[in-house]
Design a protein around this ligand. Sequence first.
Ligand SMILES: Cc1cc2nc3c(=O)[nH]c(=O)nc-3n(C[C@H](O)[C@H](O)[C@H](O)COP(=O)(O)OP(=O)(O)OC[C@H]3O[C@@H](n4cnc5c(N)ncnc54)[C@H](O)[C@@H]3O)c2cc1C
Ligand code: FES
Length: 1264
Amino acid sequence: MHIITVEGIGNRQRGLHPIQESLAQAHGSQCGFCTPGFIMSMYALLRSNKQPPTEEQIEENLAGNLCRCTGYRPIIDAFRVFAKTDDSLYTNSTSASSSTNQTICPSTGKPCLCGSSSEACGRKQHRPISYSETDGSSYNEKELIFPPELLLRKIMPLSLHGFGGLKWYRPLRLQHVLYLKSCYPEAKLVVGNTEVGIETKFKNAQYQVLICVTHVVELNALNVGEDGIEIGASVRLTQLQQVLQKVVAERDSHEISSCKAILEQLKWFAGKQIRNVASVGGNVCTASPISDLNPLWMASNAKFRLIDCEGNIRTVFAKDFFLGYRKVDIRHDEILLSILLPWTRPFEFVKEFKQAHRREDDIALVNAGMRAYIRAENEDWIIADVSIVYGGVAALSLSSSRTEKYLMGKKWDKKLLEDVLNVLKEDINIPENAPGGMAEFRKSLTLSFFFKFFMWVTHEMNVEGHFKEGLHATQLSAIQPYSRPSSFGSQSYELARHGTAVGLPMIHLSSKLQVTGEAEYTDDTPTSQNTLHAALILSRRAHARILSIDDSRAKSSPGFSGLFLAKDVPGSNKLGPVVHDEELFASEVVTCVGQVIGIVVADTHENAKAAASNVEIKYEDLPAILSIREAVDSGSFHPNTARSLVKGDVEWCFKSSCDKIIEGEVQVGGQEHFYLEPQSSLVWTVDAGNEVHMISSTQAPQKNQEYAANVLDLPLSKVVCKTKRIGGGFGGKETRASFFAAAASVASYHLRTAVKITLDRDVDMMTTGQRHSFLGKYKVGFTNEGKVMGLDLEIYNNGGNSLDLSVSVLERAMFTSENVYDIPHVKIRGQVCFTNFPSNTAFRGFGGPQGMLIAENWIQYIASELQKSPEEIRELNFHNEGMVLHYGQVLENCTIRQVWDELKISCDFQNAREAVSSFNCQNRWRKRGVAMVPTKFGISFTAKHMNQAGALVQVYIDGTVLVTHGGVEMGQGLHTKVAQIAASSFNIPLSSVFISETSTDKVPNASPTAASASSDMYGAAVLDACEQIKARMEPIACRQKHSSFAQLARACHMERIDLSAHGFYITPNIGFDWKLGKGAPFSYYTYGAAFAEVEIDALTGDFYTRTADIVMDLGYSLNPAIDVGQIEGAFIQGLGWVALEELKWGDAHHKWIRPGNLFTCGPGTYKIPSVNDIPLKFKVSLLKGAPNPKAIHSSKAVGEPPFFLASAVLFAIKDAIIAARAEEGLNEWFPLDNPATPERIRMACVDSFTKHFASPNYRPKLSV
Ligand SMILES: Cc1cc2nc3c(=O)[nH]c(=O)nc-3n(C[C@H](O)[C@H](O)[C@H](O)COP(=O)(O)OP(=O)(O)OC[C@H]3O[C@@H](n4cnc5c(N)ncnc54)[C@H](O)[C@@H]3O)c2cc1C
Ligand code: FES
């Protein structure tokens, strides 16, 4: 085995590989947790391609890698330089732009669009060819070569024996496989292990004997013969793709219809990494009901060849092979030898279909393989043979036999289509509560797919001149294939430089460590040998009394070291950031699935998990509240959370000054943080428990300190928490991280040893809470022109089983409920619902996006009522400078109109709208939509006391500066910006400033890194400390001229000047009184607006974003490259929230999930945006010439404000759906919940197919 790791291809000492260098320079690494994966995917692509890849190949190659921070654009740009069109970097020639005399933007690696000729944005910054920082040599001298001995090495048979009698064989010849199979009839064959691995890791499957058949020569056969292709069972999917590509290029077109269909389907089969190892036979024999290939084997009349231990071969038709749920016609003494795929005949057509949640790397919701063989009889074309096979509609890949029978012998014409749909709709039966749900959608898809097939065959026949009548031009849109060109991003900003560093697009300070994999996260911290590993004992009931806990089996598990329950907590078992309403370990009653009942520690993580699963708990079930509606109906609210805001007199306004009044409800879905680094803490004790120290992946080290001190009954001064960097947080590590650190600290404290806790992804997702779902009930009055006069809003959020930060989230939602609109009369009431779900928590935007989404929904409704565009209604109602908001704050320095006008020009809105309308007229089944949406985000914590920040600045005698402040680096570039401020203050290069970590023993009582305000506050605190030191240095500096800052620092030291200072900052002039409902909760506002254009497939609900154009006012940006990264990352995360990411909980709507359980608890079922979900054109501009008088160096906060702008995609989708519904004469307003998944899009595009299964008002189910 030879493994090249990311550290192996380049590191800080030896020099970076060009791929690493390029990614760092292009700002492609934020938190850095995903970065090694991207580097290695790109490295593998370049190593395995003889030619430089195309840009499309690069994007396709990255589809199996996820990033939650960047929005992917800078990653693509970093790697684009290796593409065919511009492979100069990899070949060590001069930079691509050298002949054009253009500057290269460090942000894009491309000719610069920021229009600046500043050196910061010029080619000096861009060093395309890698170099070593230590010796200045070129990396190419050190390029790794693939070890020749490994190239020459012959693969050998292997036989390995493991613990508990486990046997693993790797035979190389078929006869050895058959011999082993005869010795061990129960042995499990394995090739790519992509299915077996899932079974053993997640489904508790245990196989005593495994036979790896990956390299068995006979099973890797690929023979192209007279009758078709024989494909060995172990052939990997990538190999299959390659051979099919060759065959398609070489053989007669009538022979290759099946081959083309399989090739097309493979495009959407998993990601590149999986296709490289997964086998054809593995897919067939798994017999998954959603296998993408099995319906195609069945439809194309493929045969499977099976061989038994005696060498006897039996052939079975694919359509007869699948017997039931994961059951196939294969005996214990048989294995699959190969697949025979026949050539198609003239007039035989095979087509593939697949619809998933996400186009790339996702399993199908419904897929299909269809074949029709038609024959000319007299003047007509008659169906001589047909196969219609679906996946995802039953326990196995299913032939719709009644439909097939009906079709046989029928004439292929329009009448056939009308009749057959009535048969087909009865043929496929998906019960209401079938696993996977979405019965109406899945059934609609079966008809849509057949319709597409019919249209496609008709079109093919017409193109070949066999049918007299073709499809109407608008109908062609039903069969238009989706193909994604490479995406393109542009960024535009001005540089407002202050001193040596502030205002320049510096790269993230840790990026070089991150691209080489050398950056350390909590789980990488070196530990002592006796460090123990923790696993949690979790509730399996939504609401229940604990009757008994039997831990005897756990205590005798291998490696067991300790088990701790509520009774073992030395201090208080009650916790909470505001109200202590949560138990560390549930004592008597559990209130959600996933609630922590105790902690087990063992010598390894696996042993700890095994021991925890051996704890037997008996429960008595109690009634559970599993939605906001149930909570509202039964009055289940967290205590003291009712809030209200009033401006003017809404009742009077409705009676006297409105022409129209509308009422409606908005359901807003939740969202999982999906930070790539899961929750992780390492805790140890000092002096036999007198002190406790920890390293934790947290946004709030001070909260960790406080929680641990609380549960251990220690003073805060004896507990220290440190955080170097975290692999993403997005709010999910603001309070919830502290909970798990506190749990580990109990075990560490009792055992006086180090304990590490790192949550598995599924445990993290099911226990740590998410973005709050919301329900908004509105009544809005307006004039005939569209001027909004009054808003009456009731708003509820789903707090879960403890209060956590839910009331602050609700408050922010209430503050933002008018978005950027001036409403004379407002009444808003809100309350936090208690439900039996894990406590929901902070998530980028903190309730703001939910509040604004409700507002934009009623804006849309008004537009529909008045037959105007939503953009017109928005413009008419924009805020004006100096107005008083509904919570009493006076609006100052409002730039929304500037931002909006600039965007309107940038996206050429009028022309975009006209182009979309003309496209929609010409295409019945594909529709485009556009939308422009504004945003305003108030900056400051709404709890006044949290708006304070501390910092410690230390100048050393060599002139270097160590800065420590209370904020945590989580990829957002906080340390980089703060270091830039220190560098500019001392007038030294950025490289002289270092920020090592955040630590509670250096800066005490820090607020969590949240609310977007950290750069403002910690930047100002650091500046304060720098100014103090500078003031002390000044007399020495005046006395004598020093040649460098180092010389000055040393001189000061000689004069016994204190070169260390504590800086402090409080945000001035803020405060809000909830009793009065009035005040100024925010220091200032960040404004932005976005335009989006999307295209949907009305028949399947598939969609993609064609364009996103964003303008944001960030004042004078501290670091425009980092800010652009924040905007893009937030937008793509927001795109996930509005259109992709759906949390499915066991509730009244999802009876196929156990009550209170989270179904979508891993990347297999929960789909965050991947690289191919980003807009094809992705443009970001920062408003120019708009300094912000309220924050450091005239900058503005950026972390959360852009998130909501992704709702432009949601409203563009809605715009497209409106066009689709209009085709059916439906012009009334309709609700569209987020996320607008394919299910919601398809079911909203009401047509003759959906009408078979759902009413035009059908609203797909959503866990809220
Ligand atoms: C991230 C991810 C994404 C995926 N996406 C998709 C997707 O989009 N579409 C889809 O259809 N599937 C998907 N899958 C499922 C899986 O990858 C495929 O089914 C794959 O083809 C299995 O191949 P394998 O070689 O890895 O199988 P393995 O896990 O090695 O084996 C699977 C089964 O096949 C049996 N087997 C293998 N060879 C033989 C043989 N010669 N004779 C008898 N039995 C045999 C094994 O014993 C085992 O039961 C995905 C899986 C993952 C992990
Ligand atoms: S940089 Fe990609 S997940 Fe953070």
